[in-house]
Design a protein around this ligand. Structure first.
Ligand code: NDP
Length: 308
């Protein structure tokens, strides 16, 4: 069985027996998270180079939506200085924070908290992670590509905001539920010129993209998480130079990625996004450059041995 998460009620004694600086991911459910393996691998490397990081460690802590308001000040008191947030906290945390930076505001969500004596400040490294991952795996820069994003949840919003912040002329955004799509485009339309966001229904790709040679398709839906899930979109008719990035990394090859491979399109899964958003969070907390290679190694080991 994967190592069970810590529970907030058990934290006091645990932390004081293990002095150092605490970092953690909070969520509910959280037992599936491999973030500790990524961060602790990188922390091991950092502390081998610099003794200042000896005793730093990264935990996963089960915190429900109703516990978050009390958990944040308690964790600061216990010595936690950096926090990652996942389901269901990324949006709900916003009113609890002292400040939120511009990128996180554009993304409407926060995945990284930094303690600076008076309170928790919020950042978002998901967009950065996506940008770095796409560049590393597919050799493309967002601002040089025509972008098609599938989904209208938090991950799709972060991806769209990152593209628009980077200067992409326009982004095509498609979702199954058109109501949710309209809600997202309204929210983004308050922050960016609305003509830069074009929408479509997942079942109907916009005809004008079919001839594009520099197209990047990004899956930010959760369709593909289950082994038998179909692809969220039909890639037929797109140029074989189209690149496809699926934010899902487990399973490592979704139906979308398989289809892209069969059509000769360059494609990659979301492991690089996961690693680069984590590396960026750790850089923010430590003030040191973090090499992503230890994190990739930690992630691959965690995925190869899910029961350890
Ligand atoms: P949300 O729950 O906020 O959004 C889910 C999205 O998936 C919605 O657009 C939803 O569409 C769509 N969807 C769900 N089921 C279907 C279906 N059967 N057919 C078509 N569309 C469907 O999730 P997030 O935005 O937080 O995450 C989305 C994905 O991105 C997840 O798979 C997550 O694991 C991944 N992710 C990966 C990261 C990484 O580091 N690699 C980081 C963050 C997320 P509708 O509105 O119609 O329901």
């Amino acid at each position: 069985m994967p190592e069970p998460p810590l529970l907030i009620k058990d934290l006091g004694p645990f932390f004081h027996e293990n002095e150092g600086v605490g970092l953690a991911v909070l969520g509910d459910p959280i037992s599936h998270s491999i973030s500790p393996q990524l961060h602790n691998a990188a922390l091991k490397e950092l502390s081998a180079k610099d003794k200042a990081f000896k005793g730093w460690r990264y935990d996963k802590i089960e915190v429900s939506a109703s516990q978050l308001g009390d958990a944040l000040p308690s964790l600061a008191e216990l010595g936690y200085r950096g926090i990652n947030l996942t389901i269901p906290h990324k949006v709900e945390v916003l009113p609890l924070l002292k400040s939120v930076d511009e990128e996180a505001l554009a993304m409407g969500a926060v995945n990284t908290l930094v303690w600076d004596d008076n309170g928790w400040s919020g950042r978002n490294t998901d967009g950065y992670g996506l940008e770095k991952g796409v560049h590393q795996d597919l050799g493309v820069r967002l601002q040089d590509s025509s972008i098609l994003i599938l989904g209208a949840g938090g991950a799709a919003r972060a991806a769209t905001a990152q593209c628009l912040l980077r200067g992409c002329e326009k982004v095509w955004l498609g979702n199954r539920s058109l109501d949710r799509l309209a809600g997202l485009t309204d929210a983004l339309g308050n922050l960016f010129e609305s003509h830069r966001i074009r929408t479509f229904s997942l079942s109907d790709l916009p005809p004008e993209i079919k001839s594009l040679k520099d197209l990047l398709v990004i899956n930010a839906t959760s369709l593909g998480l289950r082994q038998k899930d179909p692809s969220p979109v039909d890639l037929s008719g797109l140029s074989s130079s189209t690149r496809v990035y699926d934010m899902i990394y487990n399973p490592p090859e979704t139906a979308l990625l398989k289809d892209a491979r069969h059509r000769g399109m360059r494609s990659a899964n979301g492991l690089s996004m996961l690693v680069h958003q984590a590396a960026r969070s750790l850089e923010i907390w430590t003030g040191e450059p973090v090499s992503s290679s230890a994190m990739f190694k930690g992630a691959r080991e965690a995925m190869a041995h899910p029961d350890e």
